[in-house]
Write a protein that binds this ligand. Structure first.
Ligand code: DGL
Length: 271
């Protein structure tokens, strides 16, 4: 029998649910405690110092209440700056998500790759290093968006998506001569929720790369190799729960989306 695991997943909102969906698809006995840090949304424009402190405090608060087998920082913006700090500060295994530039380089025929991410992520040194290490012969067109994550939040609450914001987010690719582009990396966990809209509004046929499945597979690897199996037999929570750090005015709007992902309980986290 496979061990039951419990994980803590953190993002600025519902973006990290794209990773939860991939975890569910792997069909393992994993319960998820999810922190949606709406009170600090969006992370995209936040200073590095403030974001590191915020994540440290969220993880610290969560670990005082339960002991998950691993923590997923289900946010590119946060992972690219805070993972090193978090791994040094807490003894629990962390799994992060960073834009899959390496995979894009492996599959791109034209050697022109797009990176669509938050404004914070596209300018990080972490991205320079990923490109230097894994795609040195590629031209990488970086596009930072201020509005897409909010559009994803609207969509999952059934509020519809403003197509003007989708088109505006994609526009910089055209101004940077994207004619040879064959892959666009989704460098924010919110964006896979907008996959259909992005595909419909983009001018050409490209591969949209979502790192959710590889991250979920990495989680399983970490759980199976780095955790203490004896510790996860009975004491871990079996419930799947979402904590919002901001009160949800119309929680019923998001319930169908959360129910589909196996979340039975929603609560407010004062953090
Ligand atoms: N979902 C996050 C990411 O992957 C951040 C979105 C935001 O809060 O700006 O980057």
């Amino acid at each position: 029998m496979q061990a039951h695991y419990s994980v803590l997943v953190i993002d600025s909102g519902i973006g990290g649910m794209s990773i939860v969906k991939a975890i569910r698809e792997l069909d393992r006995d994993i319960s998820v405690t999810y922190i949606s840090d709406d009170d600090f949304f969006p992370y995209g424009g936040m200073s590095e110092h403030k974001l590191i402190n915020r994540l440290h405090s969220l993880v610290d608060q969560a670990l005082q209440n339960f002991t998950p087998d691993a923590v997923i920082i289900a946010c590119n913006t946060a992972s690219t700056i805070a993972l090193t700090h978090l791994r040094k500060s807490f003894s629990i295994p962390f799994v992060g998500v960073v834009p899959p530039i390496k995979t894009a380089s492996e599959v791109s025929q034209s050697r022109v790759i797009g990176l669509l991410a938050t404004e914070g992520t596209v300018r990080r040194n972490y991205i320079d290093n990923l490109i230097n290490d894994f795609a040195p012969d590629c031209r990488v067109i970086r596009v930072g968006s201020r509005h897409l994550a909010a559009e994803a939040e609207n969509k999952v609450r059934g509020r519809g998506v403003d197509r003007n914001n989708i088109r505006a987010a994609l526009e910089p690719f055209a101004t940077q001569d994207c004619s040879k582009l064959d892959v666009i990396v989704l460098g924010c966990t919110h964006y896979p929720h907008l996959h259909d809209e992005l595909k419909e509004e983009f001018t050409s046929d490209v591969l949209w790369l979502d790192p959710a499945l590889p991250v979920a597979q990495q989680l399983l690897h970490v759980l199976d190799t780095k955790t203490d199996r004896a510790a996860n037999t009975s004491t871990q929570p079996k419930a799947n729960i979402v904590y919002f750090t901001k009160k949800q005015p119309r929680q019923e709007d998001i319930s169908p989306f959360l129910n589909d992902l196996g979340f039975s309980t929603v609560a407010h986290l004062s953090a």
